[in-house]
Design a protein around this ligand. Sequence first.
Ligand code: P1T
Length: 385
Amino acid sequence: MKFLTKSIHVGENPKNIQYGDAIYPIHLSTTFAKESLDEVEEGYVYSRSGNPTRNSLEDKLASLENAKYGLAFSSGLAAETTIILSLLKQGDHVIAFDDLYGGTKRLFNKVLNRFGIEVSYTDFRNVENIEKSIKNNTKMIWIETPTNPLLKLADIEEISKLAREKDLVVVVDNTFASPYFQNPLDLGADIVLHSITKYINGHSDVVGGAVMLNNDILYEKISFHQNSIGAILSPFNSWLVMRGIKTLAIRMEQHEKNALIIAKYLEENSNVEKVYYPGLKSHPQHQLAKKQMKGFGGMLSFEIKGGLNEAKKFVENLALFSLAESLGGVESLIELPALMTHSAVPEDERIKIGIKNSLIRVSVGIENVEDLIEDFEKGFKAVRK
Ligand code: P1T
């Protein structure tokens, strides 16, 4: 099946449902009764360990990444935590892209470090930097591509090749691209991770995470810990995400169409210093984007001329773009990484990576793009005043 068909049909199984529901129902029951003690370990037992609605979503999630297995978590960070606690132990070392979602860095630097898991950061745009960072205790390479918020790319295929030689596990946070535009497992990665709070659900009404993978041993470990830690997605949220996924493909097409128009508009704008969008020819890794992605997505960032004051004035004078964290919903959102999503990253580190105070991150929604540009015109006018 092709993507659109899978997103609509996988996990629904109308023929296997008691009343023939055309869409999979919500099973809210926390526990499942048995006829006899001989059956207590058969089928569904307790909803944390397995729930029919969550499992249906997990089948759908797996299909989107061409994966054998899918697992749904209570948040993207819960998925990240579970991956790490399943596969690593005290004394192990992770190499991560230096440009990552601020919350992921907080998890690595302020939580996992207390349990003796060491993370070092480097610029993944050059694979040599990763090679140089490998130590005797390195166990995992943590990729985010495109990165949040600077839209830097890492070559998944190259890095996976290196990791295989060195026996390291490759995790790819595929949140920004969505499974519609990028499939890291097909490029050699071991584990794909999503904040399904974003594009996969797409309607800004569920916080959730997902892990997709093919390897049986890694799956056994992560699913054991998903149950043992208890970081599961609720049945209602699972159902909402099933519903959201059905339009993922057509939403992504529209997100990308709008984002490319806005990126080009910003590139021509005299109030703008620099635009970061992998779909622009001026993006230094545009060729890599064309090689490993099927589309460029709906996220972009830009530096406004001036500094923090100009950036603040711009975002506070928009009507259609809500000033809010998060991304990937049908409605457009805008934020200042320095003060919002990446405020947990120390300022000197932030500046070193390239996240300036004048950086504005945009999650381009699927509204009419002319209306969005008109809104930006208002923002720039307010800045010029
Ligand atoms: O918020 P949560 O569902 O726990 O997902 C965390 C996460 C993981 N990975 C990436 C690339 C992310 O962007 C996020 C969450 N990001 C935001 C809330 C944000 O505004 O960037």
